[in-house]
Design a protein around this ligand. Structure first.
Ligand SMILES: [Zn+2]
Ligand SMILES: [Zn+2]
Length: 374
């Protein structure tokens, strides 16, 4: 049901004074008051209507919003809700809803819409060692300077921007979409409220010129893949004096020849010779802070994992470093000489004589196979 005009309800002209509104209200309220019209549904509705019109028109802010936008300007059920995203609401709307829906930055006076600049992302590739120990670096990022030729106006020197006729300089237009009246960024001036008839040839009307600048970035020790470092205010500049966006430096850690990182832990595969695995002995293991040596026990099997406590990475938010896991891979010897082969054959004969005690895994496996076939 279409809502009646508030002025029409009170029988007043649009320029009615506050005194006239009060007078009209008193008269109509008496006429439709429920006490005087018991069990009269129509009178009750009229009384409510009159009361609402009176409340709206005696509130200067609401009256202004109503004068400008009609019912959509004052009815919280219209125009708000899901449509508040990007632009926020202008003018009197801004006062009522601006803080709630102000995704795009607030209003300043009666001027055009103010927008925060877009965020920028910079992908920074670093090594695992750099990530583990932290380092300082410099990056080249885009930056914008005010155009010298037009002093930021975007208009060709000697000319000036004119107020946009589509939105009257508000930067926003109201569109009627069925029941809803929604506010949108003006399609003609894109929210700036101004049209540049002759763009500045230096900046093509943007009012600013893109340059590059060098930025120092501190990479904290322990940073991990995909983490982002925020550089506040180094994004794109805002529109109409809005604040700039932020720059995010996103960390990409290159694959390492030896280590795989999992959180604060490191993993590496450690090939050891068949003889060393059997006899045991000291081996050297690389870590991010230099080599360490440790003793592999006699009879070490392939797939065995040794944990070197605290030899992982200390994450940015971790209290202590992770561990290094060394996964043993026993290497089968290749390209053997005749003599080496003969030694191995002799070795094989000797271990076969000794029976299955030399190869418990094979014995277990053979037992399982037997069980399977029986
Ligand atoms: Zn310019
Ligand atoms: Zn416009």
């Amino acid at each position: 049901m279409a809502k009646r005009d508030f002025y029409e309800i009170l029988g007043l002209a649009k320029n009615a004074s506050e005194e006239e509104i009060k007078k009209a209200y008193r008269k109509l309220a008496m006429k439709y008051h429920p006490d005087r019209n018991p069990d009269n549904k129509e009178a009750e509705e009229k009384f409510k209507e009159v009361k609402e019109a009176y409340e709206m028109l005696t509130n200067p802010e609401k009256r202004e919003a109503y004068d400008r936008y009609g019912h959509a300007g004052v009815d919280p059920n219209m125009g708000g809700g899901g449509f508040g995203g990007a632009g926020g609401f202008g003018d009197a709307f801004g006062d009522i809803f601006g803080d709630i829906f102000g995704g795009g930055g607030g209003r300043r006076g009666g001027g055009p819409q103010v927008y925060r600049g877009a965020d920028l992302r910079y992908n920074l590739e670093i090594t695992l060692e750099q990530a583990a120990h932290g380092f300082d670096t410099t990056i080249r990022v885009p930056a914008w300077d005010k155009c010298d030729s037009c002093h930021g106006s975007g208009a060709k020197p000697g000319t000036s921007p004119v107020t946009c006729s589509t939105c009257g300089g508000h930067g926003q237009v109201r569109m009627q979409q069925g029941f809803f009246s929604i506010q949108q960024t003006c399609p003609k001036c894109h929210g700036t409220g101004k049209i540049i008839p002759e763009p500045c040839p230096t900046c093509s009307g943007a009012g600013r010129i893109k340059r590059n600048k060098t930025l120092e970035v501190k990479i904290p020790a322990g940073i991990d893949n995909g983490m982002r470092i925020r550089s506040s205010g180094n994004g794109e500049p805002g529109t109409n004096g809005g604040p700039p966006g932020d720059l995010y430096v996103e960390i990409h850690i290159k694959a390492h020849a030896v280590f795989q990182r999992e959180g604060d832990d490191l993993h590496c595969e450690m090939p050891i010779s068949f003889a060393k695995a059997a006899l045991g002995g000291e081996i050297e293991v690389p870590t991010l802070s230099g080599k360490v040596s440790f003793t592999v026990p006699e009879g070490t099997q392939s797939g065995k994992t040794f944990r070197l406590k605290g030899k992982g990475v200390k994450g940015v938010r971790s209290g202590y470093p992770g561990d290094l896991f060394c996964h043993v891979a026993v290497e089968t010897p290749v390209k053997l000489t005749d003599k080496q082969k003969e030694l191995l054959r002799e070795f094989e004969r000797a271990t076969t004589e000794g029976g299955s005690k030399h190869s418990p895994q094979s014995k277990t496996w053979m037992d399982k196979v037997k069980d399977f076939f029986e």
